[in-house]
Design a protein around this ligand. Sequence first.
Ligand SMILES: Nc1ncnc2c1ncn2[C@@H]1O[C@H](COP(=O)(O)OP(=O)(O)OP(=O)(O)O)[C@@H](O)[C@H]1O
Length: 255
Amino acid sequence: MLAVNGLVKRFGGFTAVNNVSFEVEKGEILGLIGPNGSGKSTIFNMLSGTFPPSAGSIKFDGTEIAGLPPHKIINRGIGRTFQIPRPFRRLSIFENVALAGFYGQGSHSRIQAYEAAEKALAMVGLPTDRDASVDGLGAAGLKKLELAKAIATGPKLLLADESLGGLDEAEMDQAADMLRKIRDELGVTIIWVEHIMGVLMRVVDRVMVLDHGEKISEGLPSVVSSDPRVVEVYLGTDADATQAAAAESRRSRDP
Ligand SMILES: Nc1ncnc2c1ncn2[C@@H]1O[C@H](COP(=O)(O)OP(=O)(O)OP(=O)(O)O)[C@@H](O)[C@H]1O
């Protein structure tokens, strides 16, 4: 579904992403991890058209999309969530999601946007009435709103950027299960950038690890979490917890 080849992003003389290649299969959840500043968001920004790559190719369903503006990329079926939710506070929850649907589906049909909003809100478990206010939403609610907005754009591929920051443990598990539900019930392929690795390792099919803008490891969670390069640069003291989560993921897959 997605084939990324030799992706590079330079900011002046600094190379934030250096020759990264990877593929994502339809229906897969790929986890993208790496220390702060390793280039994860920069990759998302290039995939979603926020800025063009300095070099490299991004093929989505066989068509080159590198350098297209965000609205064209959304209309082709790549949706994203942002690390920091910034809803329109003067609009209701429903209106925020309908607006995303109106923009993302590219059809400019109010009816279609409303239908997309209703479906997306029901999916994430937020109220579907027209007037519910954004103001009452806590961290978990705002993350759900962010997801609903992305779903309402009708994505084939969802780029989920650090959806768990600010959540407690139960909320994190719920949010991770929700991503799996979005994949299972809507057939949406997902790339998930996340810092909280135990939860990520439980849900993803495959993991890719970045360090200093370069891909240093890729594969099944169980294999990647015991890759010495990964343990050295990233997991550190978190390694035991991550390996335990990967083992649990293995058990739940092969009972
Ligand atoms: N617009 C920009 N201009 C200059 N440098 C940038 C810009 N965006 C990102 N960078 C730099 O590129 C590097 C990669 O940043 P990026 O945000 O992609 O990392 P990340 O892995 O997403 O980090 P985090 O986990 O902290 O979100 C960092 O050193 C960052 O300072």
